[in-house]
Design a protein around this ligand. Structure first.
Ligand SMILES: CC(C)(COP(=O)(O)OP(=O)(O)OC[C@H]1O[C@@H](n2cnc3c(N)ncnc32)[C@H](O)[C@@H]1OP(=O)(O)O)[C@@H](O)C(=O)NCCC(=O)NCCS
Length: 375
């Protein structure tokens, strides 16, 4: 197998155009083989962004494996440049018809070796499986996550590959979906996407630029698109807290550093990929104390993906997590064609899962987060 390494920004535009279709088709084949449907297919704008965009804060690299010119294997690494500079978030895929010939191992080994030469010694990887696959046959042997909650079937191909490659299962995340408007649909992997319950579904109790309905002094402000200038510092601070305050984060990353420039850089990345971010921010006396965001893409206008959600620890216990989501979903129903939202939560994040269960989310898949320290 011939292996080529490409760093974001390495290629000229015509080369990017040529590669884009090939990579999108490859990523789509990997997604469909896992058992996920079109909501998780690659978005060309995001793929292009990973090939061309690098800034002071983040970059991407890919390794392409070809046999007789055909792309059969691909690895990718997401790299933080301003903190966590010894970490790489890595993923390897091999076309279904080329598996079990050692290609995944070969490509992963080359990527790990080259990342280690660049000083990256902490690898974080992930694998995904549809909910039906995850719970099929309760008698299967399972691997427990080090975080203490949840396990994955040990004989699942991707789980076996991660174990074989020296990765340790750190944490499990649940991926769930809820329908916020529109006709009933069949969701990912045959799981029906439930309608969001009235706990979050009733606009008369939801959108709240000045939401004091709960009888306290918190207010919720929502917006779509770039963060209003007066809230950029608050969002930067909340994102920084997010990097340490969510369950299990410390096992995978050091605190990430955020400022206004980094907030704007993330917004520019999303905009490049055709992304639209809908945000809700909780304020107390003008200070940002919690936020939630969902991102949708021009190429798939009916679907949104949950980004970060955080309520600062000293403001928990006021129902702010649910109120933020209610306000954000109400804004989506009012101002966007979004019909369904996907969200990811750590299996041990029981309070967040409870908020989502109340809101009518149902599991569509599970994600294993793996780590490996290179010698
Ligand atoms: C995971 C993946 C990359 C493996 O690629 P591959 O080229 O088949 O992997 P290899 O041939 O190098 O396998 C190495 C070892 O992993 C284990 N393994 C890999 N696939 C397996 C499977 N389906 N069942 C059981 N064990 C498996 C075996 O121990 C194998 O060694 P062996 O073939 O000598 O028994 C491929 O299945 C894939 O693309 N999956 C979807 C993408 C994905 O989820 N990636 C993240 C993985 S953490």
């Amino acid at each position: 197998m011939e292996i080529t390494r490409i760093r974001a920004g390495d290629l000229a535009d015509p080369e990017v155009d040529e590669l884009l279709t090939e990579i999108v088709e490859f990523d789509r084949a990997i997604n469909r083989a896992l058992g996920f449907g079109s909501d998780f297919d690659p978005l060309p704008g995001s793929v292009r962004g990973k090939l061309v965009r690098s800034d002071a804060f983040t970059s991407h690299e890919i390794w392409l494996g070809r046999i007789e010119g055909r792309l059969v294997a691909k690895s990718g690494a997401y790299l933080s440049l301003s903190d966590n500079t010894d970490v790489a978030d890595v993923y390897t895929g091999v076309l279904p018809e080329a598996r079990r010939h050692g290609l995944g191992t070969q490509l992963l080994t080359v990527m790990e070796t080259q990342l280690r030469e660049d000083g990256r010694t902490r690898m974080n990887a992930w694998c995904e499986m549809p909910a039906l696959d995850f719970s099929a046959d309760p008698r299967r042997p399972r691997i427990a996550a080090a975080a203490g909650t949840g396990s994955l079937p040990a004989d699942h191909g991707e789980v076996a590959f991660a174990l074989h490659s020296g990765y340790r299962l750190q944490q499990i995340e649940r991926c769930s979906a809820a329908r916020i408007q529109g006709a009933a649909i069949e969701g990912e992997a045959g799981v029906p996407v439930p309608e969001m319950s009235s706990a979050t579904g009733d606009e008369t109790t939801s959108e709240a630029p000045d939401d004091t309905a709960a009888g306290d002094d918190y207010t919720i402000r929502t917006w779509a698109g770039p963060t209003p200038v007066e809230h950029v510092e608050a969002i930067a601070l909340l994102r920084q807290k997010m990097s340490t305050d969510v369950p299990g984060a410390a096992e995978l990353y050091d605190e990430s550093k955020w400022d206004g420039d980094r907030v704007r850089a993330l917004e520019a990345d999303r905009e490049f990929a055709g992304g639209r971010t809908q945000t809700a921010l909780a304020l107390l006396d003008g200070e940002g104390v919690g936020f939630t965001e969902v991102v949708s893409y021009a190429g798939r206008p009916n679907v949104a993906y949950q980004g970060a959600t955080l309520v600062r620890s000293e403001h928990r216990g006021h129902g702010l997590g649910a109120r933020l989501k209610i306000a954000n979903h109400a804004a989506l129903r009012r101002d966007s064609p979004i019909e369904r939202v996907y969200t990811w939560n750590a299996a041990e994040n029981s309070w967040m899962l409870a908020i989502n269960d109340r809101a009518g989310f149902a599991a569509v898949g599970w994600v294993g987060l793996w780590k490996k320290i290179l010698d």
